[in-house]
Ligand binder design. Structure first.
Ligand code: PLP
Length: 375
């Protein structure tokens, strides 16, 4: 049955599961200890750190800070930057709630927060970001690609422009959705902070990392025993971190194949669907991740569509449905100037590494049947 909600979460890889198993069994040590059992766990974490650093081209393994997932990494990036000097935050209106709510938190702590509008495709203009940056700005946060629409932001151009006009402001990107499809590599010009989450790339849930470029000013937001060089206290999820490293390496190694297969699935899906029923592709003309297909079915409410799809065995989602399970009106679509009644007829389908043109065609057949049978 078509699972078309890989942007919400994607199945764990077999190699991830088997790499994690020993750390959920015999190798149970707390890496903060001093004895041999602890050292086994500590070594596993440091090896995972080295492997992730190498996979994304980070010069130093200690630039990888393990977190309890993407949300926590975003909180550390935004609040941690703002707290450093209660500095300001500049971010577009279409960011994930993990960024926008962290920015609101920073505002409550006294930071100046500027939320920059986007165009009708959801793309932010680098000039608008750069002109919102002031001497008070601590961090500019722009996602690599959007979780609802898959629309890709010009993050490299933004980093270049902000640095050339404003000096070395910290630049953060949330690469949670983009990681499987786009080359996320650390270079001199890339962002200083990069968020990645395990469960979106075939790793475990509740584990992720923030790349922190050496020398970036960042306050911890979780305080305690001083793990992760004091940047993130709390006993490590050793098994999760080991699994995360396997998932990161695999995503990087398989990226080209992923883009080809998943892109073929998505394109075939949209093509075949459009040939059968009326659909509108959200931001169809913009640069989008190959995995995402955000569609409007004119005249059919998303709730109705999702229930009927579920009955037909198809998993998809709508709006910002990831947190509570409820379908809230999408602030992302609203920021793009899409009317509420249009947004209410929109559904996100997202493909994963098991998909290809054949599964894309099959998905289109089933979705067309469901939508075709609806008023
Ligand atoms: N950022 C983006 C763009 C996401 O899509 C998500 C998850 O939906 C997150 C952050 C949060 O990541 P996690 O589920 O690991 O907390």
């Amino acid at each position: 049955m078509p699972y078309l909600d890989h942007a919400a979460t994607t199945p764990m890889r077999d190699d991830v599961r088997s790499a994690m198993a020993p750390y959920q069994g015999d190798r149970f040590g707390n890496p903060s200890g001093v004895h041999t059992v602890a050292r086994v766990a500590k070594n596993a974490i440091e090896e995972a750190r080295e492997r992730i650093a190498a996979a994304i081209g980070a010069a130093r393994p200690l630039e990888i800070v393990f977190t309890g997932g993407g949300t926590e990494a975003d909180n550390l990036a935004i609040a941690g930057s703002a707290l450093f000097r209660t500095g300001g935050v500049v971010t577009p209106a279409v960011e994930h709630a993990a960024v926008l709510e962290s920015a609101r938190f920073a505002r409550r702590l006294g930071s100046e927060v500027t939320v920059v509008p986007v165009d009708s495709s959801g793309v932010v203009d680098p000039e608008e970001i750069a002109s919102a940056v002031t001497d008070q700005t601590a961090v500019v946060s722009v996602m690599t690609a959007n979780n609802e629409t898959g629309v890709i932001q010009p993050i490299d151009a933004i980093a270049r422009l902000v640095r050339s006009t404003r000096g070395r402001v910290t630049i953060h990107t949330d690469a949670v959705q983009a990681f499987p499809s786009l080359p996320i590599r650390v270079t001199d010009d890339s962002p200083d902070l990069i968020t990645v989450s395990g469960h979106k790339i075939g790793g475990p849930k509740g584990v992720g990392f923030l790349f922190v470029r050496n020398g970036t000013e960042l306050e911890p937001v979780i305080h305690g025993g001083g793990q992760e060089l004091g940047r993130r206290s709390g006993t490590h999820d050793v098994a999760g971190i080991v699994g995360l490293a396997v998932a990161v390496e695999a995503a990087v190694a398989e990226r080209e194949q992923y883009v080809n297969r998943v892109g073929a699935a998505r394109d075939r899906f949209e093509h075949d669907l459009a040939a059968r029923i009326p659909i509108e592709v959200t931001a169809g003309g913009a640069d989008r991740l190959v995995s995402h297909s955000h569609l409007r079915f004119p005249g059919i409410r998303a709730e109705t569509m999702l229930v009927r799809l579920d009955l037909a065995g198809v998993a998809a989602s709508a709006g910002a449905a990831c947190h509570s399970g409820a379908i809230a009106t999408s602030y992302v679509l609203a920021a793009m100037g899409i009317a509420p009644d249009v947004a209410a007829e929109s559904v996100r389908f997202s493909f994963g590494r098991g998909d290809d043109a054949v599964s894309g065609a099959e998905a289109a057949r089933i979705v067309a049947e469901v939508a075709g049978g609806l008023p």
